[in-house]
Design a protein around this ligand. Structure first.
Ligand code: WQD
Length: 339
């Protein structure tokens, strides 16, 4: 049974991916520094899967710690690298924090496992900026990032591509996520925003449960059907399954040793459509106001996911109803079982 390392495995997408790796019969080792997650998530994973991953608390920016970890875990065959800071707004205020953390961790992992590894990298549709054509394909030009966070994703992809070019034993798949939302059907794991949620869906659920005031729709003067901005929202469980599909491809394929895949649904939804979908699937009435556009936001993006469907053999299955109802069930779980 192959052993997979999941860095950032107690985080939102990481924890859902650990569950899907267990479902697929893998052994799992998780490293995390809990800078953006809670240790209790490990118990929640055990409740869902009936097993806990091996866990090591680790600062991936500490080269010596990472080298010692790699020496003690030489049987790790694959790595899914989630560990990174990802708040767009914070990255603008504190770029060095983002460049240091997101690059030191990646470079230490690649060096410690002496680049003989299969690695799935957590990238983002942010690298496309505002695409010239929609739906956006993997060959669309990468545009100058609007934030240091987005820039760390672009440069990390370049680091991986250039390292793969001279390291035949290193095989990498970069997954460009669109907008992950929702929670596991058990409502035992989900998104745990720190402070006021910057992302739309966690703000919606916190507003609905009474933790926040009215939702502000950041702009209704975009060139879209209802004027609000469009994104490709994907259920976090579908996204987690895409990582298992990527690991399986790395184990079996003799394709190029650096590949990129869009991971979305291929469907765009506006902010107002998300608000109405939440109300319809939960029966909750939302309070929202129309406000000014948010600095750095693009107007619309949704993915062409045929490459992932055909080559990874993966396709998103869950729709807006399940995304919204699972996000709401998780918010209610947190109210009744505060972390
Ligand atoms: C979605 C839409 C907002 C909050 C970011 C990162 C991306 C990925 C997902 C990590 C936008 C609008 C939001 C609110 C609103 N993260 N909105 N009111 O900005 O598309 O993507 O998170 O991989 O890399 O860039 O996600 O959820 O913040 O915003 O109207 O209170 O909702 O303007 O149109 P975004 P988001």
């Amino acid at each position: 049974m192959a052993k997979i390392l999941v860095t950032g495995g107690t985080g939102y997408i990481g924890s859902h991916t650990v569950v899907e790796l267990f479902n697929a019969g893998y052994e799992v080792v998780v490293v995390d520094d809990f800078s953006n997650s809670d240790p209790k998530i490990l118990d929640q994973i055990e409740q869902i899967s009936g097993q806990k991953p091996v866990f090591v608390q680790l600062d991936l920016c500490n080269e010596q710690e990472v080298n010692l970890f790699a020496q003690a875990h030489q049987d790790i065959e694959g790595i899914i690298h989630f560990a990174a800071f990802k708040a767009v707004g914070e990255s603008v205020q504190n770029p060095l924090k983002y460049y240091r953390n997101n690059f030191y961790s990646l470079i230490n992992i690649l060096t410690a496992f002496n680049s003989r590894i299969q690695l799935v990298f957590s990238s983002s549709c942010t690298v496309y900026g505002q695409p010239d054509q929609l739906p956006v394909t993997e060959v669309a030009p990468v545009k100058k990032a609007e934030s240091p966070y987005g820039n760390t994703k672009q440069i990390a992809e370049e680091i991986l591509q250039e390292t793969c070019a001279v390291t035949p034993d290193l095989k990498v798949i970069a997954l460009r996520y669109f907008n992950p939302v929702g929670a596991h059907a058990s409502a035992l794991i989900g998104e745990l925003p720190i402070g006021v949620p910057q992302n739309l869906v966690p703000f919606i659920t916190q507003s609905a449960i009474g933790k926040r005031g009215a939702i502000t729709v950041y702009g209704n003067d975009y060139n879209t059907a209802d004027g609000s901005a469009i994104r490709d929202y994907i259920h976090v469980v579908d996204l987690a399954k895409a990582h298992v599909a990527a690991i399986k491809r790395l184990e079996n394929s003799t394709a190029a040793n650096y590949e990129v895949f869009n991971v979305g649904t291929g469907k765009g939804s506006s902010v107002l459509e998300i608000i109405h979908a939440f109300e319809q699937s939960t029966g909750e009435k939302l309070n929202y106001v129309i406000g000014a556009r948010r600095e750095g936001d693009i107007e619309q993006i949704y993915g062409n996911v045929s490459h992932s469907n055909e080559v990874l053999g993966w396709k998103a299955e869950l729709g807006l109803e399940e995304m919204m109802s699972s996000a709401w069930n998780w918010e209610k779980y947190l109210r009744d079982n505060p972390f």
